[in-house]
Ligand binder design. Sequence first.
Ligand SMILES: Cc1cc2nc3c(=O)[nH]c(=O)nc-3n(C[C@H](O)[C@H](O)[C@H](O)COP(=O)(O)OP(=O)(O)OC[C@H]3O[C@@H](n4cnc5c(N)ncnc54)[C@H](O)[C@@H]3O)c2cc1C
Length: 240
Amino acid sequence: MAKVIAEMLVESVTMELPDVKTIRFQWPEGYDPGEFKTGQFITVYWPHKQKYKRAYSLSSCSLDKGAYEVTIKRDGKMGTSVVDWLEVGDKMFVIPPVGKFLPVFDPPGKHLICVAGGSGVTPFRGFVREATAKNLNTKITVLYTVKTTRDIIFEKEFRELEAKNPNFNFHVTCTRLTPEDPWTGRRGRITPEWVKSYVETAANTVFYACGTNEMVNAIEHLVIHDLGLPKEQMKLEKWG
Ligand SMILES: Cc1cc2nc3c(=O)[nH]c(=O)nc-3n(C[C@H](O)[C@H](O)[C@H](O)COP(=O)(O)OP(=O)(O)OC[C@H]3O[C@@H](n4cnc5c(N)ncnc54)[C@H](O)[C@@H]3O)c2cc1C
């Protein structure tokens, strides 16, 4: 079968948080995903609302065959309908993966600094899964901003990957914790100083930012103006 739009069965759903759900879309018999890459996004729509299509980054990686996984936050029409209503056995149409938000694994030995806000962390699970499975020497640092410790998506998996992969580090900053909260990690918004503190060799670093326009624009400004790096060393995914 050629690389085509396919109606896919929901093989499993996992509630990552009360308002965030991972959906595993099973590839139908004979489905050919063609060449797809970690970091790309699929576009999905309901059979009964075919004009309303929305993009979701793969939270799985290109080594995960047989299904696509996406992780969706309860937000807006599509996000709410999926998180509240989609269940195992349902079907949705899936437009195959596209996009250029790709991890630079070649040449080896790069340092990827991946800045994420909220659900913007989803493609980075794919990055780290692939790098860990392939035992790559690419260094990956995820800098993740959330409101509170209850909003950290994939915390358990990222901590497990951190234990397995000495080149991967996961750092969280919480913006809205009460002063009494026992969290001992960083608090406050992402600042240029915080991001810069993880840069070892600027020329060898590739910056990624995924999330709200405001956060992604701030990282763009940091890379171009504060660090004076060319835009080729930066990949941005703006979700609105
Ligand atoms: C490349 C790409 C990848 C993406 N990957 C992911 C992903 O992995 N996970 C994920 O969760 N999302 C992802 N998104 C976002 C996703 O495509 C949807 O936009 C999101 O799920 C919201 O659904 P919607 O567009 O139907 O919302 P809409 O109903 O169109 O609403 C859009 C926004 O407006 C707000 N809004 C709507 N009505 C009102 C109102 N009356 N007052 C105030 N605000 C309002 C909503 O809260 C929402 O934030 C991605 C987007 C892109 C472009």
